[in-house]
Design a binder for this molecule. Structure first.
Ligand SMILES: [Zn+2]
Length: 401
């Protein structure tokens, strides 16, 4: 299975070049907008769309052949996802353009890239650190996306394809239970506490509440200033969460690799579709709706593939209810041996951390589904990947990889 790694590189842009890039971004967005409005809304096939508007798009927006094709492709792609989600296609903002080998090239000898704009080809120096240099060395990237960030800086997100190592064969599984009080508890009893994170979160929540109040009540100038601060705050909180998720997933994968284990996770992919048939537990609801957990799972999956660690997904239905020691579930429907963070088995008397119990169940189920004959409990990794899109990682400067 191929894995795509996105390397985010800041590019140095002179004032004259920035005019050219902005014009290209604008033309690209206008072209998308035009395609979306001109082509009948039911049409999503890229080639069919191309045959209708290609020459029109090239004439009107001064785009090169490839850029015109990418604009049409983007509308087609957005329409397909919009159709799947049942939402209309959003407006196209002049913030990004897609590049392929015909309109983009990377030169390692002076760390530059050349990009086609609406007024010809331009060369840009990459302003990157050792991390990006290490990743790009010896590579011939085929695709990239030019992005203008909110602060006016330009980045080129370069996509690198690699063939990850074959996963290590093993019978041992490290079960990982994702929660909130503890973000992760492993079947070996290691914990990644959520305490510090909750503290930081509460701190931000307080700040936000305070600012929101001022943003509605203060003088006009204060209101504007507060709105700006709020925006900055949300970015800060997000970056903090990304760092935490990178760190945790990195440690878990390293641990599994060192001790030659597979990683066991609860399979939460089907949960959204099941909502109407089965009552969902509080935990399932929280985990499937929270982007932070979603991201942690994504990071775990892509890092596992990268390092040749096998990931096993197990049926989550009974992982929190069953006693890992004697495999008993509370006999009364609706009752549970679990109460909050503690689990107290009424059959064998085992007592301990509920998440530890969960992770031990995940590990046990993982061993079971790892058997060559397989089982119904096994969730195909390919299905899972499709469900959570491709395991992309955007490693920006300064973040951990
Ligand atoms: Zn028991």
């Amino acid at each position: 299975m191929k894995q795509v790694l996105t390397v985010s590189c800041k590019i140095q842009v002179s004032p004259e070049q920035s005019i050219k890039i902005d014009a290209t971004l604008q033309s690209f967005a206008s072209a998308c907008e035009y395609v979306n409005q001109t082509v009948p809304t039911t049409l999503t096939n890229e080639l069919a769309m191309q045959s209708l508007v290609y020459y029109d798009v090239r004439d009107r927006f001064g785009l090169s052949a490839q850029l015109a094709i990418h604009a049409i492709r983007r509308v087609s792609g957005n329409r397909k996802t919009a159709k799947k989600d049942g939402k209309p296609v959003k407006n196209f903002a002049p913030t990004s353009v897609t590049y392929d080998p015909r309109i983009f090239s990377f030169r390692e000898k002076d760390w530059t890239v050349s990009l086609t704009t609406t007024s010809g080809r331009e060369r840009f120096k990459l302003a990157i650190g050792n991390y990006q240099i290490g990743l790009l060395k010896g590579q011939t990237p085929k695709t990239a996306t030019l992005v203008k960030r909110k602060d006016g800086t330009y980045y080129l997100n370069i996509q690198l394809e690699s063939m990850p190592p074959e996963p290590i064969k093993t019978d041992s599984v490290l079960g990982c239970d994702l929660g909130r009080t503890d973000i992760v508890v492993t079947s070996e009893g290691d914990k990644f506490s959520g305490k510090e994170i909750t503290k930081v979160r509460n701190h931000y929540a307080k700040l936000r509440a305070n600012l929101q109040q001022k943003a509605t009540r203060g003088s006009r100038c204060t209101r504007r200033r507060c709105r700006e601060l709020l925006k900055r705050l949300s970015g800060k909180e997000k970056r903090f969460q990304v760092l935490v998720n990178h760190t945790i997933s990195h440690r878990l994968i390293s641990r599994a690799k060192l001790s030659n284990q597979a990683i066991g996770l609860e399979d939460l992919t089907g949960i959204r579709e099941h909502t109407n048939q089965q009552p969902r537990s509080k935990k399932e609801r929280r985990l499937s709706n929270s982007w932070a957990f979603y991201q942690l799972r994504q990071f775990l999956v892509y890092k596992a593939i990268k390092h040749g660690v096998k990931i096993l997904f197990v049926d989550p239905r009974y992982t929190s209810q069953t006693c890992h020691n004697c495999n008993h579930i509370h006999p009364v429907r609706g009752e549970s041996y679990r109460s909050g963070k503690t689990f107290k088995c009424g059959h064998c008397g085992w007592r301990g951390d509920a998440d530890l119990n969960g992770s031990k169940n995940i590990a046990a189920l993982g061993v079971f589904v790892n058997k060559p004959e397989g089982s119904r409990l096994f969730c195909n990794i390919a299905d899972h990947l499709r469900a959570i899109e491709s395991p992309h990682c955007t490693c920006t400067q300064g973040s951990v990889g």
